[in-house]
Design a protein around this ligand. Structure first.
Ligand SMILES: [Zn+2]
Length: 462
């Protein structure tokens, strides 16, 4: 975006007051959003967000200044502002040798977004609306949204790092509400990937919203969920959101170094059964959390967090890694150039286990099958959680017998993880709807196989 000579001058200015490491981050994001609400298509919104920031590390602190003007002059100003906040010995002449890092990850886009007209994209939303309403006259509200985002980033630092990444994301989010005799039930569907228009070759947003509409119909017929302690089976795919929220955040290095995490100081200790392993992998093609380089220029990697029940590693960004004198794991992410990076998950999942998923359900005398998980509330770090089950099923004598509504799962992530007693061999990642909101928003993937928790508190409405 800028010549490397300009970048070198900006980095040199950033270190003029001392400082141990300087970084330049540049970003160019283009987006298109189409929203259909209550049968009306809103005006298409095109976004173009360009900017950059300069960060200076001094010891364990970092100062950051950013601008939406990506000229050398504006970034030199940002570098001076960041340098003013960092103190140290004067290094008036800093020479930086920038070497571009290469990534083995291939492009995830075959067919560019402009090969389909905006009208054709809007028509998909209209057909989603019609298909959802065709499920039943009790469907009273349908909302659908299409987003495409092309985000290019450039990262340079005074250790010689020069990394570029290009992230292209396509996604549909939709919501269906049904009502009958005073009972209201809603379900959401999300479908997304880092992909070009070949997205549509094997993903069907219309089928996804129909499934959500059908789920609301089953829930209108459902009886209230039982309450109390019982066995809970959580299916694969999106069910992994519970692990992400209630355990994954506890393994992010900022909560480890400040001591607020339940997993602080537990590397090498048992945190789950010996058939449980968990992974954060920023390199899986087409997933929402995938990057060639994170937002600090560190190559992403597959990090085994838990291996055979033993806690192995946390997720690190540069700030926390430097604090501990170790390497980053490629988990430094930021929402945009207006934000400083922090340790974030990428694609995080419980790995496949030894059990047959059919056998897991047939092993349950009485319990709840949490077929569709909704939103949750989690105390990040401690891992206390409350999750809504938007579609639940009663398990009786090893069979799914009846849909139940209004179930919530209440527990503590690290404790639930220790108590898991069966893990399926059916690992599945979510269909692409993960949004993580740890003060900054980030797109993530979650996943898991079918998992059985022998005793969990179910808040019901019965
Ligand atoms: Zn999260």
């Amino acid at each position: 975006m800028l010549p490397t000579e300009s970048i070198k001058r900006i980095l040199s200015t950033a270190l003029a007051n001392g400082g141990d490491l300087a970084e330049v981050y540049l970003e160019d994001s283009q987006s298109l959003r189409l929203v259909l609400d209550d049968r009306k298509l809103e005006q298409a919104v095109r976004g173009n967000d360009i900017g950059g920031g300069v960060r200076v590390f001094y010891g364990n602190t970092a100062a950051y200044a950013y601008t939406d003007d990506v000229t050398e002059e504006a970034l030199i100003e940002a570098a001076r502002a960041a340098a003013a906040a960092a103190r140290g010995t004067n290094q008036s002449r800093v020479s930086v040798d920038l070497t571009q890092r290469k990534s083995p990850l291939k492009s995830m886009v075959e067919r560019p977004y402009d090969e389909m007209s905006t009208a054709a994209k809007a028509d998909i939303l209209r057909r989603m609306d019609e298909a959802a309403r065709a499920v039943s006259p009790h469907v009273v509200q349908v909302g659908a949204r299409y987003d495409e985002i092309s985000r290019r980033v450039w990262i340079y630092n005074s250790d010689g790092v020069w990394a570029e990444d290009d992230r292209q994301m396509l996604e549909f989010m939709s919501q269906v509400t049904s009502q009958r005799e005073g009972v209201i039930q809603s379900a959401t569907a999300g479908l997304g990937a880092q992909s070009g228009l070949e997205f549509f070759d094997n993903r069907d947003p219309i089928a996804a919203i129909v499934q959500a509409a059908e789920a609301t119909m089953r829930m209108l017929d459902a009886k209230p969920a039982p309450a109390g302690e019982m066995t809970v089976v959580i299916p694969g795919g999106w069910g992994g959101v519970l692990f992400h929220e209630a355990c994954g955040h506890c393994m992010e290095a900022d909560f480890i170094t400040n001591g607020s995490s339940a997993y602080a100081g537990l590397v090498g200790e048992r945190v789950g059964p010996d058939f449980l392993s968990a992974v954060d992998d920023g390199t899986i093609p087409n997933r929402r959390g995938t990057m060639r380089f994170d937002d600090e220029g560190t190559p992403t990697q597959r990090t085994v967090l838990i291996e055979n029940g033993i806690l192995k590693e946390y997720m690190w960004d540069l700030t926390e890694a430097r604090r501990m004198g170790r390497a980053s794991t490629g988990n430094g992410r930021r929402e945009s150039f207006r934000h400083m990076p922090m340790p974030r998950m990428t694609n995080t999942f419980i790995d496949a286990g030894p059990h047959d998923p059919e056998e897991i359900i047939s092993s349950v005398k009485k319990g709840i099958y949490a077929k569709r998980m909704g939103g949750g509330q989690v105390e990040i770090g401690r891992g206390d959680y409350v999750f809504a089950v938007t579609e639940g099923w009663l398990i009786e004598d090893g069979k799914l017998t009846a849909p139940v509504r209004g179930a919530t799962l209440v527990g503590n992530g690290p404790q639930t993880l220790r108590e898991i007693d069966m893990i399926g061999n059916d690992l599945d990642l979510d269909p692409g709807l993960g949004h993580c909101g740890k003060t900054q928003s980030a797109k993530v993937s979650v996943g898991q196989p079918t998992v059985r928790v022998p005793k969990l508190t179910v808040g019901g409405t019965e």
